[in-house]
Structure formats: structure tokens, C-alpha cells
Design a protein. Sequence first.
Length: 238
Amino acid sequence: MSEMYHKHARAYADVVKDNDYNAEYERPTTLAMLDATLPDLIGKRVLDLGCGSGEYVAELLARGAEVTAVDLSPNMVEIVQARFGGKQQVRCYQQDLSEGLPGEQDGHYDLVLSPLMIHYLEDQSRFFAECARVLKPGGHLLFSTHHPVADAEVSPSGNYFAREAITEQWDTVGMPVTVTFYRRSLGEQIGVVTDSGFVITMLQEGSPTQRLKERNPEAFLRLSTQPNFLFVMARRGR
């Protein structure tokens, strides 16, 4: 588990509320895709995998959903439970998602959401199979992840088609924190989704907000002209 989501969980929770990459690029793109596909979430059951500090929990609740939130970090789970503990529409617990979803029943959810989490899984096949299992027939999966083209630039082997662990120092929380994730080709990333029984209905590469252009023109230019994240909406086959 990365120290950023455990040791520095509270600092991370504060930062992602209004930073460049999460608040002005990733969340706006993901939420626009969500609203375009599922404009009415009232009474819908949503599973938020890799929920972090609960920014998406808040968005889903505002749209009328019943939310189950899951994260590897017990500190993140504590933050979400403290933040939403008084709401009956929210359940949150700790689970290593590389080991599946043993506490979830088949065909229970209308939507599975997983923002910026799957690149921490070396083997994603079990994860997507479990997403398909817990979704109702015709239910939707929405996830974001690192863009394979962006990650290829830091490949230690230079082999775009190799799946590789990448270790970097990120300063997301205001200090260098070591983070390890896995890079893979676009073909592998899309293939593991479709092999799990999903039909991809929307694929985007993200757009930063105009607010970011005003407050950080350099970041806006970078996110407007270079691939950074990949966003996928898919439907479980009936």
C-alpha cells in the first residue's frame, strides 16, 4: 500500500478536494461521462472501488444514489466513515481489491465506479471479473486510469507492450512520496475489460476545466495537449 493513501491519508484528502489533476481534470471528465450515461441515480446502487477520501461518495449521494465505498487503506475508510457516518445511504469498508469482492453478492449494483485505482493492480483480470459479477445485467462500469501512452514514456525496458512496475516520487501531498503502479499497453487495458464481458460504450482522454486555465496555465496547457488519463464507460452484457 502506498504511504500516500495510508500514512498521508488526511493530507491527501485535503489536497484532492481542489487540486489540478483531481478537481480540475479527472473528476470533471468522469462526472460528465456519468451524467451523460446515467443522468438519474435516484435509488440506484453504486459501488465505489478505491473510494479514497470520499469525493465521489459526495457526488453520488448528491445524485440520489445508495453508495457502498471500498478502499485498501483503513485510514481512508476511517475518513469516509467519519465524513458520511450519519447517512444511511452510505456503507464503507476495507478490502484488498486484488483479492476480489468476497463480501458482495451477484447482480446487486447498477453502477461500479473506480477512479484512478486500477493501475495499482498488477493483474486486473480478477478485478474486472468481479465488477461484472456484482453488476446487474446491463449495469455500467466507469473507471479512469493512467493513459498507456503517458506511462510508456517512463518504461524501464522501452517495450511498450510489456506490463511493468513503475516506481516514482510524487509530491501530491506537498512532500516526496514513493508510489508504485503498473503500466500496460492500451490493447491489454481494453482487452481485460472486454474479456470480462463488458461492452465499451464511451472512451475519453479527458479535458481540463477553464478554471484551471485561469489559475494554472502551465498545467492547463500540459493536460490539453498531452495524454495523461484514460476514461472508460462500459456496460455489462446481458
